[in-house]
Design a protein around this ligand. Structure first.
Ligand code: UGA
Length: 442
């Protein structure tokens, strides 16, 4: 059985590489020829811990190949995973153009029975739509091949994607066909044997599970962010609150880390899409709507916190550490850092910034706007950022920011303001170096 994975983005590339690691012959397909050429020559389009090793090993023993030839992939692979983007449209709904095109192509090129497994995050009902599109194409060609549609949402986190794929909390399979469920179990047998729970359900339920998980996690982060904001004026330490909350097994300790708000390619897009779906069917999700608004407000609150302590932002130089939406990735999509930079610059501040691997992506984003280009300087390390700044602000919890030389930072800063928006430091440690410490909810 040969497997094609259509779409070599985060989800597709990790899925393809990890399926080859599980022993399958995999063909990764993408219409971006530069990306495919790079991958064929061992150049990865994304930074993801552990991924390069797997790709190198699997490609060397021909278990993993890359192509931009979708026709060849659909002709030669019985199992086809779809992992293409479903970005937000202006009204918040998911843009399904890519997935619809892939469904048409599958119907157009398939030469026998196929299993079509969707991994992209899609509105409930999209699996059925994919099925109709493929069938319409087969009817048009006047051929009669059978196919199954399966929803197999992915729960991997950027920066931890390989680990999440190979050691998932659960595998969700949504299908109307028992035989297809059986083949999915075969594909993931190695995970099943390790004791991974499988949830086998129908197509629409699997599609909803993915959105419900992301919306719940987004709401959980937002909840602790708002509690943290409330802790500050009341003199409460949110660390202790989150710790005690997390020890309640019904709540759990994860995703209770306050900060400048969630970002990335998933939570913002998926919460908007879920709200859009709920509005279409007249069952509003007020909690998710409030989460979206509160998360956006959180970014501005962080700027306000800095402005409040500095007595305004006009003419000030603010140093930012961390630009990616989380550590261990070069991804800056919907990162809180971008909103915060824009707001700082709009309010008359000059920004200096550094990120361990997000600099190149940020440089492109800065270049796209003249005002930004004039008012943001990217630096090569933490100390170049701190030099002559009125405040230093940690925005992303990169591990290396935990070990700053605080005496050096104090000596470099023009004013001793230290904003730790990921609560990486203890107040006492920072204040011992003559800096003024501000966390989130501390
Ligand atoms: C998220 C989900 O965690 C994955 O399960 C899902 O598969 C993925 O979206 C997706 O739909 O593809 P990801 O966006 O990679 O994964 O990153 P997370 O680790 O979930 O972090 C998202 C954002 O929340 C980051 O900006 C992070 O800094 C923030 N966050 C996370 C907090 O502010 N506090 C926390 O306690 C946890």
């Amino acid at each position: 059985m040969r497997i094609a994975v259509i779409g070599a983005g985060y989800v597709g590339l990790v899925t393809g590489a990890c399926l080859s690691q599980l022993g399958w012959d995999v063909l990764c397909v993408d219409n971006d020829e530069d990306k495919i050429n790079g991958l064929t020559n061992g150049v990865l389009p994304i930074h993801e811990p552990g991924l390069e090793d797997i790709i190198f090993r699997s490609a060397n023993c021909q278990k993993l190949e890359f192509t931009s030839d979708l026709e060849w992939a659909v002709e030669t692979c019985e199992v086809i995973f779809i992992a293409v983007g479903t970005p937000s449209l202006d009204d918040g709904s998911a843009d399904l153009n890519c997935i619809i095109q892939v469904a048409k192509d599958i119907g157009h090129f398939m030469t026998g029975c196929r299993m079509v497994i969707n991994k992209s995050t899609v509105p409930v009902g999209t699996g059925h739509t994919i099925g109709h599109i493929i069938q319409r194409e087969l009817d048009r060609r006047q051929v009669n091949y059978s196919f199954d549609i399966i929803s197999n949402p992915e729960f991997l986190r950027e920066g931890n994607a390989v680990e999440d794929f190979l050691h998932p909390d659960r595998v969700v399979v949504g299908t109307e066909s028992e035989a297809a469920a059986g083949i999915m179990i075969k594909i993931y047998r190695a995970l099943l044997e390790k004791g991974t729970p499988f949830v086998i359900t129908n197509l629409v339920s699997a599609e909803m599970i993915k959105y419900a998980c992301n919306a719940f996690l987004a709401a959980k982060i937002t909840f602790i962010n708002e509690i943290a904001n409330l802790c500050e004026p009341l003199g409460v330490n949110v660390r202790h609150v989150a710790l005690a909350m997390g020890l309640d097994r019904r709540i759990g300790p994860d995703f209770l880390q306050p900060g400048p708000g969630y970002g990335g390619a998933c939570f913002p897009k998926d919460t908007r899409a879920l709200v859009s779906i709920s509005e279409q069917v007249g069952a509003p999700l007020t909690l998710v709507q409030a989460t979206i608004i509160a998360n956006q407000n959180q970014r501005f609150k962080m700027v306000e916190k800095i402005a409040g302590q500095l007595g305004g932002l006009y003419g000030k130089t603010i140093g930012l550490l961390g630009l990616t939406f989380k550590p261990n990735t070069d991804d800056i999509r919907e990162s809180p850092a971008l909103t915060i930079i824009e707001e700082l610059v709009n309010r008359g501040a000059f920004v200096k910034a550094y990120d361990p691997i997000g600099i190149e992506n940020t440089a492109r984003w800065i270049k796209a706007d003249k005002h930004r280009e004039e008012n943001v300087k990217l630096c090569s390390d933490e100390y170049e950022v701190a030099d002559q700044c009125n405040a230093l602000v940690i925005l992303t919890d990169w591990k290396q920011f935990k070990n700053l030389d605080l005496s050096r930072i104090k000596a470099l800063l023009a004013e001793p303001f230290f904003f730790d928006l990921r609560n990486m430091y203890l107040r006492q440690t920072v204040e011992e170096h003559g800096l003024r410490y501000y966390g989130v909810g501390l």
